[in-house]
Design a protein around this ligand. Structure first.
Ligand code: SF4
Length: 350
């Protein structure tokens, strides 16, 4: 696509785009603010989560942690609890670590450039560019899936959009057309265009404000772009989930593994239920099968068989603890445990 960017009249492309955005851009609670804390929070929440689903979480999180100082002062378990239901909990842990870093190293003021923002935990090139452009007006394109798709189509890029060289070309194209006075709006307009008009699958080119500059539309097959690397399907993992009950309480442990780190889960094992119980030190359990469920993560699927296990006693030096029905309310428990949690609640209800 060499030379294509220069051939696109930047003022008209961005003018058309921003005119459309001003008329019919989407309005969300997290739009219209330049507060970097709010922009950052919404961008982190919007990763891997649909915009409509984010709104109630965003509002609840802000009520509890209205600024970066409040977030930095909280303990991690409380932050995870506030994130419960959104998934991808490493986002919450990184948010919390980043808040502490901002208060400790920057006196509570956000770094103002994409480059400096990238030094924060959990802030990748996309999030750094989104915060820097929206909150601080830095002219950097925020290359999320929407911008990649729009520019692959506008420039008729036929290379693999997963390759660094192609991503660099698309980023250059986006930067070349960026208006210096409204970089944040430009990025958000492109996100909206990608989400509502230039969608994956068949785009609605007739409704597109930049259609006359779009080379893939002229080529006649914009739906074929971008060319994406083939994704591997998530790997299935068969797990037994044991809801271990004793004295009106249920066993849970806090995960140390990278996946769902810090969250509380029931006993999980790839071994048979009786073996899993023996490893934990439980004896003479009465075990009952309670059904199946599954949870899809990015790279794996947990195929879970649920069991109840009533145990007569608690082994010494047990990793994890037993909790009452009321105590379960205050633990951060991931959505992957939802079916098991319902089972535990039912078993513990008077
Ligand atoms: S003309 Fe069609 S393919 Fe091109 S940017 Fe607009 S919606 Fe996307």
């Amino acid at each position: 696509m060499g030379g294509v960017t220069a051939a696109l009249p930047a003022n008209t492309f961005s003018g058309r785009l921003l005119g459309w955005y001003d008329r019919q851009g989407r309005s969300f609670v997290f739009r219209g603010t330049k507060d970097p804390y709010r922009v950052w929070l919404s961008e982190i929440m919007l990763q891997q989560t649909r915009t409509e689903s984010v709104v109630p979480y965003y509002e609840r999180f802000l009520r509890r942690f209205p600024d970066v100082q409040a977030l930095a002062a909280a303990d991690e378990e409380e932050v995870l609890r506030c994130w419960q239901g959104l998934g991808y909990y490493s986002r919450a842990r990184n948010l919390h670590r980043a808040a502490r870093q901002i208060t400790r190293e920057y006196g509570g003021a956000f770094p103002r450039t994409a480059e400096a923002l990238r030094a924060l935990p959990g802030v990748g090139p996309y999030t750094a560019a989104a915060v820097a452009s929206i909150a601080f007006g830095e002219p950097v394109p925020a290359m999320d899936g929407n911008l990649i798709r729009v520019f692959a189509r506008v420039t008729d890029e036929r290379g693999d959009a997963g390759s660094p060289a192609v991503l660099r070309r698309l980023t250059d194209a986006a930067r070349g057309l960026m208006p210096p006075d409204r970089p944040g709006d430009y990025n958000q307009a492109l996100m909206d265009l990608g989400a509502t008009v230039c969608t994956p699958g068949t785009p609605d080119c007739a409704a597109c404000p930049v259609r006359e500059y779009c080379l893939a539309r002229r080529a006649g097959d914009p739906e074929a772009l971008p060319v994406l690397p083939r994704k591997r399907p998530p790997k299935p993992i068969a797990l037994n989930v044991l809801v271990i009950l004793h004295d009106q309480r249920v066993y849970m442990r806090q995960r140390r593994e990278a996946l769902l780190k810090g969250m509380y889960v029931f006993a999980l094992s790839e071994s048979a239920p009786d073996e899993a119980l023996a490893v934990l030190g439980f004896r003479d359990a009465s075990i009952g099968y309670a059904g199946e469920t599954r949870h899809v993560f990015t790279h794996r699927v947990w195929e879970m068989r649920l069991w109840t296990a009533r145990v007569p006693g608690v082994p010494p030096a047990l990793a994890g603890d037993f909790y009452t029905l009321a105590q379960l309310e205050s633990l951060p428990i991931p959505t992957a445990m939802r079916a098991a949690l319902i089972l535990a609640q039912k078993e513990l209800s008077p």
